[in-house]
Write a protein that binds this ligand. Structure first.
Ligand code: UD1
Ligand code: CA
Length: 487
């Protein structure tokens, strides 16, 4: 019965000195989640009875970053005895009655996927070994613990790089830092592990050797794809692991029917969702919980954070955050959509337009050079080039309400709070401070007055004055030119 129960211990207490960061290493984000978040996402899919995260360095920050996203996870505090062995020991102390299998993962190794780990646990159970190590054969084993085998080829022990002899250091089979142990084996041997080593730490990696000395069997599962073992100790590895995770996500969506023209410059967070027949053009980031419906085209040069893009919409060279784009709508190029932007079906947000907290109705267009903030816009509206909602009076933000079929003239300033009734129009350059009734034309610019000859009189000798004189002479000649033309 008990032998098929599983506890997962995720090690996340270390400082991550080599990152040289204020942020704890395991919280550095890749593909839209902290490193340890990927490990917990995978762990949550393995059907474990317990999931524990061992914390110490910046423990409050780590717990705060994870507890909402991973309910049911138990956080266990490591004391001041350092080392991975101590981390596992405190985790086991927190589940005193548990005597099944313990899968140990590192918070800094986010590439081990569900299939790999499921097969790993199954392999451990099928051999009946007291412990199974995940190992890999690599060209450059620098930094990893080495797997030392006996004459029969069985695992004898693990030696850390810093404690290795030259011969041991030359071994290319590395400890991936992922293990399955029988809980009883850990409970028996971890208390006996000392700190007499180069790092003065209680090493988890001492346990396999102790098991062997006691006559227990230690198995090794050699992975064929070494990338699943890659961990992050510094920023170069952070970038590498981020790229590998992204490649995996891109491939997953390609197999689901998404065209991704340039995988190398397309970044998709793990939580984003894309439908079949979406096309992603180069240099595009689909971040957070963005959702893109069938037939939409996004990019090039576009960043979407937590956006919803409707069917067949086109979003080009755009930066958008928490925006909802309706089916068949077009956005860009060079549009900036801030939180609360909702564009209706077949609507348009065009070049050099910024929007915020704005509902723009079906088929409505904001085509050129506008700012639309704190506004509600009905259907079939067209805002002339450079229409601006002046929503902020230095103290408060106010709303602009624009009803169906309103057309504004170019360079209209809508001084909020203000309402434009259905079908209303504004003249070019209007500064609208009062509500406009349905169907009215709002004009606020004084009638134009031309002062004839002003330039020649007041700017004599300038290029403008000379040009004006030439134009006047030409007009005078044209006046009696009729006879000349007849000649
Ligand atoms: C460890 C292994 C090494 C293996 C490598 C694989 C040990 C002694 N060494 O080395 O054999 O090849 O992983 O990536 O286990 N942690 C704690 N508490 C601590 C110390 C560390 O929870 O007291 C956590 C860290 O936050 C990290 C993980 O354990 O998530 C591994 O620690 P790290 O210092 O990165 O170990 P490595 O030197 O990489
Ligand atoms: Ca590590």
């Amino acid at each position: 019965m008990t032998q098929n129960t599983l506890a997962i211990v995720v090690l996340a207490a270390g400082q991550g000195t080599r990152m040289r960061s204020r942020l704890p290493k395991v919280l550095h984000p890749v593909a839209g989640r902290p490193l340890v978040g990927h490990v917990l996402t995978t762990a949550s899919r393995l059907g474990a009875d317990h999931i524990e995260v061992v914390v110490r360095h910046e423990r409050d920050q780590v717990v705060a970053a994870l507890s909402d996203a991973y309910p049911g996870t138990v956080f266990v505090d490591q004391d001041d005895v350092p080392g991975t062995g101590r981390a596992v020991e405190v985790a086991l102390d927190a589940i005193p009655g548990f005597d099944g299998d313990v899968l140990i993962l590192s918070g800094d190794c986010p590439l081990a996927d569900v299939d790999t780990l499921t097969a790993f646990v199954a392999e451990h159970r099928s051999t009946g070994a007291a412990a199974t190590l995940m190992t890999a054969i690599v060209d450059d084993p620098t930094g990893y613990g080495r797997v030392i085998r006996d004459a029969a080829g069985d695992v004898d022990r693990i030696v850390e790089q810093k404690d290795a002899t030259d011969d041991e250091a030359a071994v290319r089979e590395i400890n991936a830092g992922m293990y399955v142990f029988r809980a009883a084996a850990l409970r028996e041997y971890l208390p006996t592990v000392g700190v007499d080593n180069a790092q003065g730490e209680k090493y988890l990696t001492d346990v396999p050797g102790l098991l062997r000395l006691a006559g227990d069997r230690v198995a090794a599962s050699v992975v064929s794809d070494v990338t699943v073992t890659f961990g992050v100790n510094d920023r170069a590895q952070l970038a590498l692991v981020g790229r590998l995770l992204n490649e995996r996500i891109v491939r997953r969506w390609q197999l689901e029917g998404v065209t991704i023209v340039d995988p190398a410059t397309t970044w998709i967070d793990d939580d984003a969702k894309l439908a079949a027949d979406v096309t992603i053009l180069p240099h595009t980031q689909i971040l957070g919980a963005s959702v893109i419906a069938a037939g939409a085209t996004v990019g090039p040069d576009t960043t979407l954070v937590d956006c919803e893009i409707g069917e067949d919409a086109v979003v080009k060279r755009t930066d958008a955050n928490l925006a909802v784009i309706g089916a068949g709508a077009t956005v860009g190029p060079f549009s900036f959509l801030r939180p609360g932007t909702v564009l209706g079906a077949n609507g348009k947000i065009g070049a050099y337009v910024e929007t915020k907290n704005a509902r723009i109705g079906e088929g409505s267009k904001v085509p050129h050079l506008s700012y639309v903030g704190d506004a509600t816009i009905g259907r079939g509206v067209n805002l002339g080039a450079s229409t601006i909602t002046a929503n902020y009076d230095d103290v408060n933000k106010h709303r602009t309400e624009i009803e169906d079929e309103v057309h504004t003239g170019s360079h209209t300033v809508l001084v909020a709070p203000v309402r434009l009734g259905a079908g209303a129009k504004t003249g070019a350059g209007a500064v609208v401070r009062k509500d406009v009734p349905a169907g009215a034309l709002a004009m606020s610019v004084a009638p134009q007055r031309n002062i004839e000859g002003w330039v020649e009189k007041n700017r004599a000798g300038t290029g403008a004055a000379e040009a004006a004189s030439r134009a006047h002479d030409a007009a005078d000649k044209a006046g009696d030119g009729a006879q000349e033309e007849d000649r």
